[in-house]
Design a protein around this ligand. Structure first.
Ligand code: XMP
Length: 514
């Protein structure tokens, strides 16, 4: 599997619960530096025993003054190992070393960093660079021995250093994809500060296939197959590992894009070399969603029904022992992936699964991000249109309809979403963006059609770019395309009064409205 031990020194990442703590290790591994997460309570013991070349304190949702906020044994600063604190990690470092932290100067999303000093962290980088910040607190007074090496408009100590003690801090997130030169900053920390050399590793698909073979043996695996990239890649890996012992199903909930079901019926059996069973359950899903308005309840109900249907199928295959899920690391972390991370939303293939299950989960992609999953897909020989399709959430249109999912609103959403996709395809923009879709907002506004006023639903169009789903920015799609989409939706979809374009980045917004 990717990130095999490199044995040329290591950086430990202390996990204070940040959404992107794992992403730091991922970035380091991509650069070719061996790295793993460790718990704050264990950190001093582990670091004094294993002597890594560097330590990174991750961000986290807590505030340093909060009761029960995660902290670290101060003796870690005496080990002489270079330490980089990121966001909460830097605030904690400042707090423990006599600085002061305050809850002000809030910054969420992209901001411009002005670099003041170009050796160490910012070696070879431009003066102005876009970085992602996501924090409430910031450091008001630096501890003794520190100096500021970069600032933003509102944060004076956006990056700091104490070269003598090999301590460094940044208020922003260099690991976030949309931090323009973030990987270079981490590479600078690894090479210039920790004296490590970089040895990038390749993803090893053969090894992943043999791991599955070894784990599953001659048992059967039922496949949670949605037709999306993640589940297609997971399915291809398992099909390659165990052939006909793999039983993929597709649950037709009516909440997926229509093109998906076509692909499942007509393409995938050939690609995988095994038949895909279709379970028709459109009415059943609508019945279960009746009266449900809370997004989390929607996800849980949908997840539970999926499992119920799978369990029903399982009875036909009594010897099946595993349930395959295409869960990726972003799904996992969004459903509280690490001990200290904050709860955002339960993606249905993680948080929504019932507690008691008759079969074990098989999740070969659990520690991979979308771009890596695609790379695995290419290596395993899946066709490009299966690999480079846009991701579609497991609960599908249900989390794109704010409020109750009724047959009528679902039909409107399917139609509006179809228009977005069609126009994006026609203009050549579909391939240029990460995801595009419509949202039934549940808000009404006044419109005029013919000679009469009417009061109808507001549809939002959301088109975003993202590499790893942890951060995203809006796609700057030309206005004529957006205008065409808006005109078609208000004219063709019944009872829609207006269309708005969502121009919020992630963070602070999430990509989906629910
Ligand atoms: P958010 O809204 O969390 O979305 O910023 C990040 C990515 O995850 C997708 N998403 C989901 N995928 N089950 C899924 O399988 C879900 O419940 C779910 N909610 C969001 C979303 O489409 C985006 O790609």
């Amino acid at each position: 599997m990717a990130g095999k031990t490199i044995n040329r020194g290591k950086i430990f990442v202390v996990d204070f619960g940040g959404q992107t703590a794992h992403l730091i290790t991922r970035r380091l591994k991509d650069l070719g530096v061996d790295s793993s997460l460790i718990d704050p309570d264990e950190s001093f013991r582990v670091c004094s025993r294993k002597k890594p070349q560097g330590i990174i304190f991750s961000g986290g949702p807590a505030s340093v003054y909060e009761i029960g906020a995660p902290t670290i044994d101060k003796k870690i600063f005496n080990l002489g190992i270079p330490i980089l604190g990121i966001c909460y990690g830097w605030q904690l470092m400042a707090h423990l070393l006599g600085g002061e932290v305050e809850s002000a100067d809030k910054e969420y999303g992209p901001t411009i960093l002005t670099v003041l000093k170009f050796d160490s962290l910012f070696y070879g980088l431009p003066t102005y660079t876009k970085v992602i910040e996501s924090h409430g607190d910031s450091v008001r007074k630096m501890p003794r021995g520190f100096s500021s090496v970069a600032k933003t408009e509102t944060v004076k100590y956006a990056a700091v250093e104490n070269v003598g003690d090999k301590l460094f801090g940044v208020q922003f997130h260099p690991e976030a994809h949309h931090s323009e030169h973030g990987s270079e900053m981490l590479a600078n920390f690894a090479t210039r500060i920790c004296n490590l050399s970089l040895h990038p590793q390749k993803l090893n698909v053969e090894e992943m296939v043999s791991e599955i073979k070894e784990k599953v043996g001659n048992k059967k695996v039922i496949g949670a197959f949605s037709g999306g990239t993640d589940s297609a890649v997971a399915a291809a890996l398992v099909a390659k590992a165990i052939g006909k012992n793999f039983i993929p199903f597709f649950v037709d909930s009516g909440l997926m894009r229509e093109e998906t079901i076509d692909r499942i019926k007509n393409k995938f059996p050939k690609i995988l070399g095994v038949p895909v069973e279709i379970i028709s359950a459109r009415d059943l899903f609508l019945a279960r969603l009746k009266g449900v308005v809370d997004p989390e309840e929607k996800r849980k109900k949908i997840g539970a029904l999926y499992i119920e249907l799978f369990e029903r199928e399982l009875k036909k295959h009594k010897d099946a022992k595993y349930l395959l899920q295409g869960t990726t690391y972003a799904d996992f972390i969004h459903s509280q992936g690490s001990k200290r991370s904050a709860y955002i939303k339960s993606h249905h293939n993680v948080g929504g699964l019932p507690k008691k299950m008759k079969f074990k989960l098989l999740e070969p992609l659990r520690y991979f991000y979308t771009d890596q999953v695609r790379e695995i897909g290419v290596k395993i020989g899946l066709p490009r249109d299966a690999i480079y399709q846009q991701p579609f959430p497991g609960p599908g249109h249900a989390v794109r309809i704010v409020g109750e999912v009724t047959k009528e609103r679902l039909a409107k959403q399917v139609q509006a979403d179809g228009i977005v996709v069609e126009e994006m395809r026609k203009s050549g923009w579909y391939k240029k963006v990460f995801q595009c879709w419509s949202v039934m907002t549940g808000t009404n506004s006044t419109g005029v059609k013919g000679d009469g006023r009417f009061y109808g639903e507001v549809v939002a169009v959301r088109i975003v770019n993202s590499k790893d789903r942890m951060s995203a920015e809006i796609a700057r799609v030309p206005f004529p395309i957006l205008e065409k989409i808006a005109a078609r939706i208000v004219n063709e979809v019944p009872n829609v009064s207006r269309v708005v374009y969502d121009i919020t980045s992630k963070p602070p917004a999430t990509m989906e409205w629910e």
